[in-house]
Each structure stands twice: as C-alpha cells, then as structure tokens.
Design a protein. Structure first.
Length: 164
C-alpha cells in the first residue's frame, strides 16, 4: 500500500472560480480556509493537490482572490506545504488526452481520462499524506482509482459546503 490521500469533495466556487451567477462570498472563502487548516492539522497533511488549473482561475477569477490562486493554494503557501494543480492546464493538453472540448463536464470516459491525469500529477507531487480537493462528482470514482493504484484513500467530506 502506498501513501494516504484524503479526499475532500466540494463545489469549485469554494476553491475560487465562479461564474457571475455562482460565486462564493468572501465569508464563504474564509470559512473554507479555516476548514482546510483544521483538516491539515488533524491529519498531519504534507501537501495539497486539487482539481483546478491556473487557466480556470484566470478565466473565471474571483474578485477576492489574487489572479491564478485558489483557496487551497493559498492555504498551502501560508503553511509551507507542497501544492499541485492537477487539471490539464491548457487546450493542447486536453486535446492530447482526448478530452471533450469544454474540458469541464465531460462524458464518463472524459472523467476517467481526467482522473487518470490527476493521479499522474499526484504521483509527481510525491508528498504524503496529501489532501486532494475535487468536485463532488469525482469523489467516489477518484477514491476508487486511488485504491486500485495502491494508495490508501480516505474521504473526509464528500460534499463540503459553507454554512452561510
């Protein structure tokens, strides 16, 4: 058995991207930061990886976050932890992987390819125990992929959402 990966499912808006109709408030972003810090302390986490890319953060920037930064990346930086964005970073990489053009809500085959890519990125991070933050639709399937690949996967929250 390889190392432990703690899985945290949430909506991407809490990570720091949004569309105008679906934005987390500044208070909700702070609440997510506090939650992440608690998980990190409780599980002695050494790194954070996430289903996110700098491209997405720049395409859908949150006005309360610096350009290209997510809430998990900020927490990792503040605590001196390793951090990795795991989504295909650009259209060329998505094309190489054979992903659908929108790159976000793909077919089950798209999701499997994306999750395999995340696993490769996680292996390159090589810092454990690790917290992996991802969209709620991937919690079970990515956890299963981790287990099949020899990692211990623990779902700490399948659908985190802000209280306010």
């Amino acid at each position: 058995m390889k190392e432990t990966v703690y899985i945290l499912g949430t909506r991407h808006r809490f990570q720091g991207t949004y569309t105008l109709s679906n934005r987390a408030t500044k208070t909700q972003l702070k609440e997510f930061k506090v939650y992440l810090r608690g998980l990190i302390a409780r599980h002695q986490i050494c790194a954070i990886a996430e289903e996110m890319s700098i491209e997405a953060l720049k395409k859908y920037p949150h006005p309360d976050l610096p350009s290209g930064e997510s809430v998990p990346s900020q927490v990792a930086k503040e605590l001196g932890l390793a951090h990795k964005y795991c989504c295909p970073p650009d259209r060329a990489t998505r094309d190489r992987l054979g992903l659908s053009p929108d790159g976000m809500l793909g077919t089950p085959e798209d999701n499997e390819k994306r999750e395999t890519y995340w696993l490769e990125r996680l292996e390159k991070l090589d810092s454990f125990p690790c917290l992996f933050v991802l969209g709620i639709i991937h919690v079970t399937s990515f956890s299963n992929l981790l287990e099949k690949s020899g990692y211990k996967s623990e779902i700490v929250n399948a659908q985190w959402k802000a209280n306010r």
